[in-house]
Design a binder for this molecule. Structure first.
Ligand SMILES: C[S@@+](CC[C@H](N)C(=O)[O-])C[C@H]1O[C@@H](n2cnc3c(N)ncnc32)[C@H](O)[C@@H]1O
Length: 227
């Protein structure tokens, strides 16, 4: 993966809380965020006294090249959003301008925390489906806008391997959204749930309060068997 092929785009702490229906995450034990990229969840939760490790292939680069890449790619991304505004609900995020502000602010929070967090082992370079943690290391594993979003680019085998790896790393896994970039339910979702179920992992679809992409109304919860 080369940096010039990556478009960094990070959500806010409040968006993570709403996407994953988290209650008092600073008291929920240790989180693993998979594919957190430049989101603010790690920085804010850590500042609030919580425990979280984020993994992303983006973290092989330092702060300066990531900041430069954000600055270079944000205008293109915003033009894309503006060109397909009907794919989003403009309520919780009121307008494209509000979106740009919240995303850039979240990524600034990430950038301010990034080098200290890297040194502390809170930002770890890794790529699904390979996670460098022992089984059950985390209480809660989260994955926002990586699986299912890119169902056209990442095949079923990748999705299942990534879900297995994330479920193995924690006591519970939550994934959001369950729809593709086109807003359609991922073709991989039910087959993956059946495969996980046959391996003893129950799962459920839960409504969440977060609203932005049309059709993205539920998260997947996966419960690995107790170890
Ligand atoms: C759309 S961004 C989502 C960022 C963040 N989770 C959020 O919701 O704001 C997708 C992220 O997935 C990361 N990514 C791409 N391939 C990955 C992989 N194999 N394993 C983990 N993360 C990956 C990208 O680097 C990028 O940061």
């Amino acid at each position: 993966m080369e940096l010039e092929h990556i478009v960094p785009w990070g959500r806010s702490y409040d968006e993570y809380v709403a996407m994953f229906s988290l209650e008092s995450p600073e008291r929920c034990g240790a989180f693993l965020g998979c594919g957190d990229g430049p989101a603010a969840f790690n920085a804010v939760l850590t500042a609030q006294g919580g425990h979280v490790v984020s993994v992303d292939p983006l973290y092989r680069w330092g702060r300066a090249p990531i900041a430069e890449r954000i600055r270079d790619t944000a205008p293109t991304l915003m033009r894309q959003v503006e060109a397909c505004q009907d794919q989003f609900e403009w309520n919780q995020i009121a307008s494209p301008d509000a979106l740009r502000q919240t995303r850039l602010h979240s990524m600034d929070i990430f950038l301010a925390d990034y080098e200290a967090g890297r040194r502390a082992g809170r930002y770890v370079t890794a790529a699904l489906p390979h996670l460098p943690f022992p089984p059950g290391h985390f209480d809660q594993v989260l994955c926002s806008h990586v699986l299912f979003t890119y169902s056209a680019q990442l095949d079923f085998t990748f999705h299942l391997a990534a879900l297995r790896a994330m479920a193995r790393a924690g006591r519970e896994l939550r994934v959001f959204p369950l729809v593709t970039l086109k807003g359609e339910l991922s073709p991989h979702l039910e087959a993956a749930r059946r495969a996980l179920g046959s391996e003893g992992m129950d799962s459920e679809l839960c409504p969440v309060s977060y609203r932005f992409q049309r059709g993205a109304t539920h998260m997947l919860r996966v419960f690995p068997p107790p170890r």
